[in-house]
Write a protein that binds this ligand. Structure first.
Ligand SMILES: Cc1cc2nc3c(=O)[nH]c(=O)nc-3n(C[C@H](O)[C@H](O)[C@H](O)COP(=O)(O)OP(=O)(O)OC[C@H]3O[C@@H](n4cnc5c(N)ncnc54)[C@H](O)[C@@H]3O)c2cc1C
Length: 436
């Protein structure tokens, strides 16, 4: 999105998306935020809001006004006895989790990283793993929304419920979320095991493991038989972390070593297959007992692009088998593992997990390497499983395809047209998703 009148560029985490907004706005209060949105709308400008810029698609890109809520972070109010807290929407999860911990509270689940803003994570239906847990949008029980007219709406399960169900996952197309009221649980610790297995054994036992543990996920390497398993269970045992071992496994092996291997693959794509096999061979065991949010989030320093689709849970294993067989058979030049997680179904209009317990399968390609052919092949397989794309990750679906996947599509569209009739929050990319 070139805009010669602006010299300051904005880029997403993976560096794939770049834009030059005419104006960057950093409101520090609700009233400043209202003024920014109202003035931009009156001037006929498009408005987008960025959280941490960790989405892989053009969701945030605009030539006009880009709002960051970095100046609107922190706890507004905690109610430990009620198991809830209200936070400013710009709060980054790595700041939020310790703040909640101080109140004896915690989010029941998190995704793979903790650098997203709470509003960004809610808005795309970001999720972790565990069949008992919905995505992060389902942890939001109230939203304060600034609409295109600058009006402030308080939405919740009990107030304007239809608008709330549309706003929970809405990609910033209904307005700017200023505050999020969260449903929380008492702080907890997790007993976290990392083990290895084979692909054949994993396919046979995944559903048993899923049901036996609080949380389970696996990573299977292309071109190899080894699989990394992750099991997490709540515990009252004391924290037990070997900091050196954890640094070696999580930072040195998964980031520095894997990053170096990835650079070799980028220079010599034919090395992807032996390197995937080598990496799979280094998988090991580890165990820690840690505060929940510390066990759930990992460090991701190796940059990549990603695609993810969510399908009915009962079809997930069949799909990952087909996907891996295709990658191995076609000798696809990829060395990143395939990630497989479970997510509980929900009632949020355009949540990828709407109405069904889901399996979420993610594929990655190293930054700077060609992902198009690989992702196109994966998407063709995913689409045979009635799967829905992750809103923050790469896919090629347009409004017509998406409408067919979401039973509550029309309800979402009605809310969007009611709150933003002039399309202030609709850039060309968002139009491709929502306008036929
Ligand atoms: C390394 C890495 C790991 C990841 N791991 C996971 C994972 O484990 N699980 C998962 O599901 N996803 C994962 N993702 C995807 C990521 O969680 C989502 O794309 C998420 O939306 C990013 O949050 P953000 O704060 O960066 O939002 P952004 O990418 O900045 O924005 C995302 C969307 O939210 C909107 N938005 C942001 N703030 C507001 C607001 N205040 N009001 C209204 N709309 C707003 C934006 O306009 C945009 O449409 C990962 C991404 C990366 C790069």
């Amino acid at each position: 999105m070139a805009n010669p009148s602006s010299s300051r560029a904005w880029r997403n985490w993976s560096g794939r998306v770049e834009c030059r907004p005419g104006k960057f706005a950093e409101p520090k209060s609700l009233s400043e935020l209202q003024t920014v949105v109202r003035d931009a709308a009156a001037a006929g400008k498009k408005v987008r809001v960025v959280g941490s810029g960790h989405s892989f698609t053009e969701l945030v890109a605009t030539d006009d006004v880009l709002i960051t809520l970095d100046g609107m972070q922190g706890l507004v109010e905690a109610k430990p006895e009620a198991g809830e807290a209200t936070v400013w929407a710009g709060t980054k999860l790595h700041r939020l989790n310790p703040m909640l911990d101080e109140q004896g509270l915690a989010m029941e689940n998190l995704g793979d990283i903790n650098v997203q803003s709470i509003a960004g994570a809610v808005s795309t239906g970001t999720h972790g793993t565990g069949m008992k847990f919905g995505n992060i949008a389902t942890q939001a029980i109230g939203l304060t929304l600034v609409t295109a007219s600058g009006e402030v709406l308080e939405l919740s399960e009990t107030k304007d419920r239809d608008l709330f169900k549309a706003a929970q996952v809405s990609l910033g197309t209904l307005g700017v979320i200023a505050k999020v009221r969260l449903r929380l649980v008492p702080s907890y610790k997790l007993d976290y095991w990392r083990k290895k297995s084979t692909f054949t054994e994993t396919l046979a036992k995944a559903e048993e493991w899923r049901d036996a543990h609080r949380q389970f996920e696996f990573y299977c390497f292309p071109h190899a038989e080894q699989v990394q398993l992750k099991f997490l269970d709540q515990t009252d045992a004391p924290v037990n972390v070997n900091a050196r071992k954890k640094w070696f496994a999580d930072v040195f092996m998964e980031n520095f070593m894997f990053g170096a291997m990835s650079m070799v693959c980028r220079s010599f794509p034919s090395m992807c297959i032996p390197i995937a096999r080598f990496c799979a061979g280094t998988l090991g065991f580890s165990h820690e007992i840690n505060v929940g949010h510390k066990s759930l989030s990992t460090v991701r320093m190796v940059k990549f692009n990603e695609m993810e689709f969510a399908m009915p849970a009962e079809r997930g294993l069949e799909c990952v088998k087909e996907l891996k067989e295709w990658i191995d058979r076609e000798k696809v030049t990829v060395h990143f593992p395939i990630e497989f997680r479970y997510v509980k179904g929900d009632d949020v209009c355009i949540s990828p997990h709407y109405g069904r317990d889901s399996a979420a399968i993610s594929v990655h390609q190293f930054k700077g390497m060609d992902y198009k052919k690989y992702f196109d092949g994966c998407e063709a397989i995913f689409r045979n499983y009635n799967a829905r794309p992750h809103w923050g990750k790469l896919h090629s679906l347009k409004a017509k395809d998406l409408r067919a996947l979401y039973p509550k599509w029309d309800e979402f569209q009605r809310a969007r047209q009611q709150l933003d009739p002039k399309g202030v929050f609709l850039t060309p990319y968002l139009k491709s998703l929502f306008v036929e």
